[in-house]
Design a protein around this ligand. Structure first.
Ligand SMILES: Nc1ncnc2c1ncn2[C@@H]1O[C@H](COP(=O)(O)OP(=O)(O)OP(=O)(O)O)[C@@H](O)[C@H]1O
Ligand SMILES: [Mg+2]
Length: 324
């Protein structure tokens, strides 16, 4: 388990992390999402000991990490495998040797039969056993990331930290990498932390997520909660669909739904009960692992708003007026 409390970090005189608190539980896939420059990578580097911080605490499995203690930081790093957007493979080494690199770094004999077997097992896990003699330049982006994943697992880490691991990949390849991260999480029991600016990534694999903006955690919870009730305006604007072009007349009301298809009956019932017509301006369904969540925007006449509001409240529908 990783616990962070009130963590602060400045570069020169600029504070980049402004009192971050969050908890990553064992065995989960935890997302850290937010806009560019929010401090996500810096936070991840603090978690794995690549970066020190100014104040606050980082606790790993109940033990507070002393950022001044280099030996301790190295041990923390060993327990945390890390992958990046840019893969960071060594061009002069083949796939096998790239995966073996952390062993060399730690003075572990990579040629010992059990270590060879471990590397081969990892190459099989990521589906690259045929490519062990290839050089990175002979691989696709998705394959390079698979090598990086195998390398990150070679020292049996308890945590796998991913910084924008799929940002450079196309959607189809991204799906494959995300499925692999899920397998690593469920089959090897490794806790995964995913830093991303892609909501798709969070929706597909994360059980919980922290939304970071300007060095602060604005929200922490299940991804669907973030989507259904995005509390802070920063989260709303981050999630907003660019295609959302709403009427300038009347009042636009956004409704949030859980469950497949539950929105249609509410709108038709409301039309029937109130004896009025509504135009649906915009609607979207979102897939969150096993559940579907929807949001739709109705345009209502200004004078109808009170009736609509009381109908929605009576029926327990989450809603808000937008664009006013
Ligand atoms: N080594 C550094 N020295 C000075 N400033 C830094 C350093 N690293 C990061 N920063 C600054 O800290 C802020 C947060 O950067 P960070 O890389 O953590 O953001 P991010 O959320 O990962 O963004 P992105 O989505 O673009 O990767 C930025 O304003 C950045 O310029
Ligand atoms: Mg980053």
């Amino acid at each position: 388990m990783i616990q962070i409390e009130n963590l602060r970090k400045s570069f020169q005189n600029t504070e980049v992390l402004k009192g971050i608190s969050l908890t990553v539980n064992d065995g989960e896939i935890y997302g850290i999402i937010g806009q560019s420059g929010a401090g996500k990578s810096t936070l991840l580097r603090c978690i794995n000991g690549l970066e020190s911080f100014d104040s606050g605490t980082l606790t790993v499995d109940g033990k507070s990490v002393d950022v001044k203690n280099k030996a301790e930081l190295r041990l923390i790093q060993k327990r945390m495998g890390m992958i990046f957007q840019s893969f960071n493979l060594l061009e002069r080494l083949d796939v096998y040797e790239n995966v073996a690199l952390p062993m060399r770094f730690w003075g572990i004999d990579r040629k010992k039969p059990e270590n060879r077997e471990k590397i081969m097992n990892l190459l099989r896990l990521v589906g690259l056993e045929e490519k062990l003699k290839s050089k990175p330049r002979e691989l696709s982006g998705g394959q390079k990331q698979r090598v990086a994943i195998a390398r990150a697992l070679v020292l049996d880490p308890d945590f796998l930290l991913c910084d924008e691991a799929t940002s450079a990949l196309d959607p189809e390849i991204t799906k494959g990498i995300l499925a692999l991260l899920q397998r690593i999480n469920s089959e090897l029991g490794i806790t995964v932390i995913v830093v991303t600016h892609q909501m798709e990534v969070v929706k597909q694999i994360c059980g919980r997520v922290a939304f970071i903006s300007d060095g602060r955690v604005l929200s922490e919870g299940k991804p669907e909660e973030l989507f259904i009730k995005p509390a802070a305006p920063e989260i709303k604007s981050f999630l907003r669909d660019e295609s959302e072009l709403l009427p300038k007349v009347g009042t636009n009301v956004r409704l949030y739904f859980t469950g497949e298809g539950s929105e249609a009956p509410v709108v038709t019932e409301m039309a029937r009960e109130l004896g009025r017509d509504f135009s649906i301006c915009w609607a979207k369904l979102e897939d969150f692992r096993e559940n579907v969540y929807g949001s739709l925007v109705l345009n209502v006449k200004d004078e109808d708003l009170d009736d609509v509001a009381s109908f929605l409240n009576r029926n327990g529908v989450s809603w808000e007026v937008i664009g006013k």
